[in-house]
Design a protein around this ligand. Structure first.
Ligand SMILES: [Zn+2]
Length: 259
């Protein structure tokens, strides 16, 4: 059993707080800012046992060193990458990690593409995927490659469809806007947009999402669908053969024309 709750940070980041139900020690995923984390830990009388980092971007690691200063025994898990300071436990593909204070174990998946060393954590039916997969979208390509990101998303797509995907940003409504451009006739996308809008209007997060819902509505997981491929071909003005080519055309289309 795992209890997960969001700590909002910056404009649209979520720092995920993990604990056993009723537990007194917590872990946080991608603390870009220490202040809101310290406030929640204090309010809920929790001790910080661990930090899980998915990738080196500032809005995911900016609070790590201050949290370590406040909780010197906290472990800091993350990919081995010189750009991430304060790691105590560098982790790799396939590692099964125990997290202080949590009874669930987590498996490390290397999912490069958004960055070259991005990882995700899978455990208790939950995937903490940073900026790799977003609800109805995916991260941009920074220092990874389009091919890497396409392959990483394919790996995620093969996980059990009931997996809950906890990404690190509230981008869902904008992503669904793009998804509608790709598949204008999709009732699943229209329904999801309706639900997401209602959640946001109530001040609620649209994250996590079920992987099955992503498979039905997220264009970046639907590169094998003929209508998605045709839309990517129309946008890029050429015929596309592999899933990675369709993915790249979709990602470039969104980068250039949409946001
Ligand atoms: Zn990022």
């Amino acid at each position: 059993m795992l209890d997960v709750s969001p700590i909002p940070a910056f404009d649209d980041n979520y720092i995920w707080l993990l604990r056993d139900p009723g537990g007194s020690r917590a872990a946080v995923v991608d603390p870009g800012d220490e202040e809101p984390v310290l406030a929640v830990l204090e309010a809920e009388e929790l001790e910080l046992g661990a930090v899980l980092v998915t990738h080196h971007h500032y809005d995911h690691v900016g609070g790590v060193e201050a949290l370590r200063a406040a909780y010197p025994t906290a472990r800091v898990f993350g990919p081995r990458d010189r750009r991430i300071r304060g790691l105590t436990d560098p982790v790799h593909e396939g590692d099964e990690i125990g997290i202080p204070g949590l009874s669930e174990r987590f498996r490390v998946l290397e999912v490069p593409g958004h960055t070259s060393t991005h990882i995700a954590y899978l455990g208790a039916g939950a995937l903490f995927c940073g900026d790799t997969l977003f609800a109805a979208g995916c991260g941009r390509v920074f220092d990874g490659t389009f091919e890497q990101l396409a392959a990483s998303l394919e790996r995620i797509a093969a996980l059990p469809p009931e997996t809950l995907c906890y990404c690190a940003h509230e981008y869902t409504l904008a992503n669904l806007g793009f998804a509608k451009w790709v598949e204008p006739g999709s009732s699943a996308i229209a329904q999801r947009a309706h639900t997401a809008l209602a959640l946001r209007e109530s001040g609620l997060p649209t994250v996590p999402s079920r992987l099955g819902e992503e498979l039905a509505t997220n264009p970046f997981l639907r590169t094998a669908v003929p209508g998605v491929k045709a839309a990517a071909e129309a946008a890029s003005g050429r015929s596309l053969t592999s899933g990675a080519e369709v993915f790249t055309a979709l990602r470039r289309w969104k980068d250039e024309k949409y946001d």
